[in-house]
Design a protein around this ligand. Structure first.
Ligand code: BG6
Length: 486
C-alpha cells in the first residue's frame, strides 16, 4: 500500500499527543514503506527552534515511545528528511505568514493536536489567512466542548472555514480493531442478526474499566469527570455500534446515519429515575496493581469543591422497536480492578426448562472483548459426559483474535491518520452525532445537580461503588467483572 501524497501540518507539534502518538504512528507507516516519497510532515509550535532541533526532539521521543525504531536507520533517514518545523505563535498575526506555499496538488491535513480551547482560534486564523482550500482537511480530538453549547460553538467555528466532509473528529476507540470488529461480527454474519433484539436478549452490559488513576491530568480531569471524558464519546460510540440498525453500506454516511438514530432514541433520564438508574463515584485510596494508591482527592490538580466523578454507571433504555424493554448497563471508571473493556450480551433464559430443575441451566452469554485480549466468547450450555442423566455445564466457544493475527503492534492512531490521508471519514464522528450525544449527557449532568445525586465512594483497585452492583441486583442481574478468559 502506498498512500496518496500529503502534507501533514501538526499544530501542537512539540506536544504530548504528537510525541506519544502521532509521530510514532507516522513513523511506523514509514517503516512499512507506506508513505509516498513526496509527502511532508510539518510540526507547528510556538517555540523558536530550528528544524534540526525539532528533528532531534522527534528522535528522542521515538526512542522513548517506539524503541524498535532505532533498528531501522533507512526508515529514519527517509522520515527525518520529510520532517519540517514552522514556528507559529497563534496569537501573533505575523507568525501565521510563516505558513505559506500550502500545496494544492495533494491532501493537506491540519491536525489540531492542541488543547481544545484553541480549536476555535486556530480554525478562524486558518480561514483569515486564506489557508483553507478544497484539498484541506482538519482533524480535531475529543473533547469537542464540555456541553452542547460549547460543542456547537466549536463546530460552528470549524464549519466557518471547512465543509463537514473536510472535518475529521477523532474518537480513538473507533480506531481500535476490536471496535471495528463489532460491525464485522454483526453485519458479516447472519447468525446473530435474528436474535439481536428484545426477542432474545435480556440485557447488554458495556464496561470500560481502567486501573490507572488520573495520572498527571488532574487539572483536565477535575473539570471534566468520567461522564464527559468517557461516556459522551467512547461508550456511546460503542453503544451505537452494538444497537444500530444494519446500514445500507459500510460507507461513512450510511453508518453515521444509523448511529445518529440510536443517539436520538436514547430515553432521557428524568428527575424521577436519575437517582435510581445512575451511579456516580469517586475513588478512595487502596491497592492498585499491588501498589498503594492515593485517593482521587489527593491527586495533584484536584479540587474537592469540584465534586468530580471518576466512575459512572448508567442503566439506559433505547426507545425503538428493536430494543424496547432491553436495559443497557454502561459503566466506566478510573482505578478499578483492572484495565478491561468488554461488551456482554446476556440472552434470555430458555422459555421452558425440560431438564431436571437441579441442572444448572444458565442463560447464554456473548462476550465481545476489546481489552486486554481481543476476542469473542459465546458461553453455551452443554451436557456433562456421564451416565447419570443430563448434568449441564456452561462452556465457552472462544475466539481469540491473537491466535490468528499479530495484534497489538498497530496503534489506533495509525488507522485513523491513514484514513484522514485517504479521505475516508467512516471512523470519525459527524457533527450531529456529537451534538446529539451532548444533549443526552447535558441532561444527566443537570439532573445530577438539581436532584443532588450523591457521590459514592469506592476503594481503588475494586469494581466501583456498591451502588453500581445494586443497579443490576435490583433487576436480579449482576455485572460480569473482568475477562471471561481469566
Ligand atoms: C481518553 C480519556 O479518551 O481515553 C482517558 O481521556 C482514558 O481518560 C483513555 O484514560 C482510555 O483510552 P484507552 O485506549 O487506553 O482505553
Amino acid at each position: 500500500m502506498n498512500l496518496n501524497t500529503f502534507n501533514l501540518y501538526l499544530f501542537g507539534g512539540t506536544g504530548d499527543l504528537s510525541n506519544r502518538k502521532l509521530i510514532p504512528a507516522m513513523f511506523r507507516q514509514e517503516a512499512l514503506g507506506n508513505i509516498d516519497s513526496n509527502s511532508e510532515i510539518i510540526g507547528i509550535g510556538s517555540r523558536d527552534i530550528s528544524v534540526d532541533e525539532y528533528v532531534s526532539m522527534i528522535k528522542n521521543s521515538l526512542e522513548k515511545y517506539f524503541p524498535s525504531f532505532i533498528e531501522n536507520d533507512e526508515a529514519w533517514n527517509r522520515f527525518s528528511n520529510r520532517v519540517n518545523y514552522i514556528k507559529v505563535d497563534i496569537n501573533l498575526d505575523n507568525d501565521w505568514k510563516n505558513i505559506n506555499n500550502v500545496p494544492d496538488d495533494r491532501a493537506v491535513i491540519y491536525y489540531l493536536a492542541t488543547p481544545p480551547n484553541l480549536y476555535k482560534q486556530i480554525s478562524t486564523c486558518l480561514k483569515d489567512n486564506n489557508l483553507i482550500f478544497d484539498n484541506c482537511r482538519v482533524v480535531v480530538e475529543k473533547p469537542i466542548g464540555s456541553d452542547l453549547e460549547s460543542a456547537k460553538d466549536i463546530n460552528n467555528s470549524l464549519s466557518a472555514g471547512f465543509k463537514e466532509n473536510q472535518i475529521y473528529r477523532i474518537d480513538h476507540y473507533l480506531g481500535k480493531e476490536a471496535v471495528q470488529n463489532l460491525l464485522a461480527l454483526r453485519f458479516a454474519n447472519t447468525i446473530f442478526e435474528k436474535s439481536w433484539s428484545n426477542s432474545a436478549i435480556d440485557h447488554i452490559q458495556i464496561t470500560v474499566a481502567e486501573d490507572l488513576g488520573v495520572e498527571d491530568r488532574g487539572d483536565y480531569y477535575d473539570v471534566t469527570g468520567a461522564l464527559r471524558d468517557m461516556v459522551q464519546n467512547h461508550l456511546l460510540q460503542i453503544l451505537c455500534l452494538i444497537a444500530m440498525e444494519p446500514p445500507v453500506s459500510i460507507q461513512s454516511e450510511s453508518v453515521r446515519d444509523e448511529k445518529l438514530k440510536v443517539l436520538k432514541s436514547l430515553a432521557p433520564f428524568t428527575k424521577e429515575n436519575i437517582g435510581i438508574n445512575s451511579v456516580r463515584g469517586q475513588y478512595l485510596d487502596g491497592i492498585s496493581k499491588g501498589e498503594p494508591a492515593c485517593s482521587y482527592l489527593d491527586e495533584e490538580g484536584v479540587d474537592s469543591k469540584n465534586n468530580t466523578e471518576t466512575f459512572v454507571a448508567l442503566k439506559l433504555e433505547i426507545n425503538n422497536w428493536r430494543w424496547s424493554g432491553v436495559p443497557f448497563y454502561l459503566r466506566t471508571g478510573k482505578r478499578m480492578h483492572s484495565k478491561s473493556s468488554e461488551i456482554v450480551v446476556r440472552y434470555k433464559s430458555v422459555p421452558h426448562n425440560i431438564f431436571s430443575k437441579s441442572a444448572s441451566l444458565k442463560a447464554d452469554q456473548l462476550v465481545l472483548r476489546i481489552h486486554p485480549d481481543e476476542g469473542i466468547d459465546l458461553k453455551l450450555n452443554t451436557k456433562q459426559p456421564g451416565v447419570s442423566g443430563y448434568d449441564l455445564q456452561e462452556l465457552p466457544l472462544d475466539l481469540n483474535l491473537q491466535d490468528y493475527h499479530e495484534l497489538g503492534h498497530q496503534d489506533c492512531y495509525e488507522r485513523l491518520l491513514l484514513d484522514v490521508i485517504r479521505g475516508n471519514p467512516s471512523l470519525f464522528v459527524r457533527r450531529d452525532e456529537i451534538e446529539a450525544s451532548w444533549q443526552w449527557i447535558d441532561n444527566i449532568i443537570n439532573l445530577w445537580e438539581s436532584e443532588d445525586v450523591s457521590m459514592e465512594e469506592y476503594i481503588s483497585g475494586g469494581w466501583g461503588p456498591s451502588n453500581a452492583d445494586l443497579l443490576l441486583k435490583k433487576d436480579f442481574r449482576s455485572w460480569k467483572n473482568g475477562s471471561i478468559k481469566k
